[in-house]
Design a binder for this molecule. Structure first.
Ligand code: BES
Ligand code: MN
Ligand code: ZN
Length: 492
């Protein structure tokens, strides 16, 4: 994270900033608190509102020119007639962060009226997310052409306690969020299973977390025939990565966060079409979400037990790759007929979910870019949420809502089990096209035994192939917010 996030009291008259962002709701009036902004724009703000040039609609933007000194530019951002003010502020801040990068302002101040701690945090997270970008693999641009990236943002809020609590949380979670996006953006030749393991070790070192890494040999000892069948076509060593944050009361059951970490998914022998295959470097976004959440949880020093588990490999065709029709045995003894080698995420997660049982978790939440069907059902707007415990499903949905990462429930009814019955084995790894997201989760359920479990299908929400306005093409940071909100609420 490159953005330095600060807070200050909203003394708009004395402000010295290249860009002041003002977030306003629908049909805004020139309220008394905005008088200094009106003065700085030589009456421009009042005229823009009176003429209805700016109506405060969601995502509406209007630039106004300020003075030579003091407030030098003003950007109005509309929040619409939102009922969720926290969410609207987060979104407005994200748009403002993106605009600031486009403008090259370098530094900004953000004003959104009176803010409580949750709202300061949301603004901070919006600014961090909006100004995030990935330049590591581009040669530096000549200084003349370069626009300054947003490097410093100050959130203006009157309540000192809210300011401090909010900005501290935003910095911690923002760091985890940015880490997840960076990992998502890194290509498969750089972000390998080994790279994810090294990243986990760094997080562990920073925050005093124990990190355990199993490779191919160790997984063979654990009889993880399902996970290993996916890894058998790649020369890269697969990794099962465990990060333990044990800061809760001794003896309390940990929360387990599980992530799919396919550093590249070619489909294997059931190979994917060439067009767009490069997007499958993002097939490790569930794992990135776990690592991002562990980083945030470490920074927040949450007094709770959390175990992060990641199953990481690369799904490749080769002479040694697993074939359609092969039958493999998972570490819980169940036999799986592999119908389609491209349904690999569930094969990896099966053994990781069995492994999670040894931590005697009180709740297990996995996140995976698991099915194209989730994108068809819910688009890039909502994560598919399925699980074995209704109360836990609701708790996860609530956490998603609070963090601006909405989920939507899908059923796990027995009827769907028919679709994954195999002629030769206990279960098959593909139920075909109908209810693809549900049958994938029904498959996972066979291995998520002995604890309450929720599955997040983030195939549509963890990354986007089109610009979403607040988020450019690429990784979104989902499900870091959902994970962190869930754990935080349980830590209270
Ligand atoms: N990683 C993909 C799912 C995916 C597809 C994520 C598109 C994001 C965008 C997963 O491994 C996969 O290939 N799933 C198959 C399952 C099918 C073969 C049963 C799918 O969704 O087509
Ligand atoms: Mn696949
Ligand atoms: Zn995949």
């Amino acid at each position: 994270m490159t953005l330095s996030l600060n807070v200050a009291a909203p003394d708009l008259g004395a402000l010295d900033t290249p860009l002041l962002v003002v977030a306003l709701g629908a049909s805004p009036a020139l309220a008394a608190d905005l008088a200094p902004v009106d003065a700085a724009t030589h009456g421009g703000l009042g005229r823009a509102l009176a003429r209805r040039d700016f109506r405060g609609g969601r995502d509406e933007l209007l630039h106004l020119s300020g003075g030579e000194r003091g407030v030098q530019r003003v950007l109005l951002v509309g929040m619409g007639a939102a009922t969720d003010r926290t969410g609207a502020l987060r979104r407005a801040a994200a748009l403002a962060g993106r605009q600031a990068n486009k403008l090259g302002a370098g530094k900004i101040a953000f004003y959104g009226g009176a803010l409580d701690a949750t709202e300061v945090e949301a603004v901070g997270l919006g600014l961090i997310a909006g100004s995030w970008d990935f330049k590591e693999l581009k040669s530096p641009t000549p200084p003349d052409d370069e626009r300054a990236m947003l490097s410093e943002a100050t959130i203006l809020a009157a309540d000192a306690a809210a300011r401090d609590a909010g900005v501290r949380a935003a910095r911690a979670i923002g760091e985890g969020h940015s880490l997840a996006r960076r990992l998502g953006m890194l290509p498969g030749n750089i972000c390998t299973p080994d790279y994810l393991a090294d990243t986990a070790r760094e997080i562990g070192k920073r925050h005093g977390m124990k990190v355990t890494v199993l490779g191919r040999a160790e997984m063979q000892k654990e009889k993880m025939g399902s996970f290993l069948s996916v890894a058998q076509g790649t020369i890269q060593d697969p990794k099962l990565i465990v990060v333990e944050h044990m800061k809760g009361p001794k003896g309390t059951k940990p929360i387990a966060l599980v992530g799919k970490g396919l550093c590249f998914d070619s489909g294997g022998i059931s190979i994917k079409p060439a067009a767009g295959m490069e997007w499958m470097k993002f097939d490790m976004c569930g794992a990135a979400g776990v690592l991002g959440a562990m980083e945030a949880i470490g920074r927040l020093e949450l007094p709770i037990n959390v175990v992060g588990l990641i199953g990481s490999t690369t799904n490749m065709p080769s002479g040694e790759a697993v074939k359609p029709g092969d039958v493999v045995q998972a570490s819980n003894g169940k036999y799986i007929e592999i119908i389609n080698t491209d349904a690999e995420g569930r094969l990896v997660l099966a053994d990781v979910l069995v492994y999670a049982k040894r931590y005697d978790p009180g709740a297990v939440i996995d996140a995976a870019t698991l099915t194209g069907a989730a994108v068809i059902a819910l688009g890039h707007t909502a994560t598919g949420v399925l699980g074995t415990d209704d109360a836990l499903v609701q708790e996860v949905l609530d956490a998603g809502k609070r963090s601006g990462e909405p989920g939507w429930p899908l059923p796990l009814w027995e009827d769907y089990k028919e679709l994954i019955k195999s002629d030769v084995a206990d279960i098959k790894n593909s139920g075909g096209r109908p209810a693809g997201t549900i049958t994938a989760a029904m498959f996972l359920r066979e291995f998520a035994e002995g604890y309450p479990w929720v599955h997040l299908d983030v195939a549509g929400t963890a990354y986007t192939e089109t610009d979403l306005g607040t988020v450019p093409r690429g990784p979104t940071g989902v499900p870091v917010g959902t994970f962190v909100e869930f754990v935080r609420a349980r830590a209270h």
